[in-house]
Design a protein around this ligand. Sequence first.
Ligand code: ADP
Ligand code: MG
Length: 340
Amino acid sequence: DTAAAPRAIAALPDQLISQIAAGEVVERPSAVVKELLENALDAGATQISIRLEQGGIKRIAITDNGRGIPVEQIPLALARHATSKIGSLSDLENVATLGFRGEALASIASVAQLTLITRTASAAHAWEMGALQSSPVPSSGATGTTIEVLDLYYNTPARRKFLKSDQTEYGHCAEVVRRIALSRPDVTFSLTHNGKTIDHWNLADMDKRSAQILGTDFSAARLALDEQAGPLRLHGYAGLPTASRGRADAQYFYVNGRYVRDKLLTHAVRSAYQDVLHGDRYPSYVLALDLDPALVDVNVHPSKIEVRFRDSRAVHQFVFHAVTRALSQTSATADGQVPA
Ligand code: ADP
Ligand code: MG
């Protein structure tokens, strides 16, 4: 009761710290999928398979053919605040990898049963370690890494109650895979759910990958754009008004290869469409903004879905003008097709 003497200040146990952090990083199965996919890409993988069961709640297993983890570093990979990606503040300010917080695997392992199997090219065989084990044991497998996550929130029933149906959770997972696959046509992805292959995207270029994922409706009605101004480059596809949708569900924006949902960027694109689109329609687009990593702060939010630009006005103007210019190429043609 509230009249009781307050508890003395005490440091929290590591496991509890990770479970608290997991609340931010691992809000649902799709967040686990995102973190594991980012790790696979950071490890240089060119082939990634994602196997889900029961919307990812029962099982998420991701296998990549990346560089693997040297056996002596495996325990550290699972430890909190341990990363191979940055070592100093200046690394953080120039970070080019998708991860850098050294938090994902530890957070996931604190709320699910996590097992890691990994092998580097020079190792004689693979090694395996469960998060509850103290050291790796010999295993088998090809060069690369498999991370398996079972029974999300098995030990935190209160959180487990917030999960939606398998189908809804699966939908979120599949969307995360699409976002990442759209940004990396140079990587092959396969996605299975409950043993059934749902998607398989082969090695491709951006043109083909966006058609694979967004459908031929989109590829038949979009403008390619690629503009550069000083340190800013915007490239990708802006959908024509005929490719617009009743919901904002085909809007993909990447900053330095990272999918973001950013108000400033969404607004800049939306404004560019103002003259060509009615208010109740949402443009479709796949746009990638590349800039010097020092000009953008990605360490704003634990899931890194928001970013902060050093010069947000300049970014807004640049994106607005680049998309406006692309769209204005079409208004001259009556049928709304790309001029030859
Ligand atoms: P972060 O990605 O922020 O470094 P993580 O907890 O996601 O933190 O991963 C910890 C470390 O484990 C990474 O820095 C990396 O060295 C290693 N690691 C994780 N996943 C993989 C993978 N799929 N392939 C190779 N190394 C990995
Ligand atoms: Mg990571």
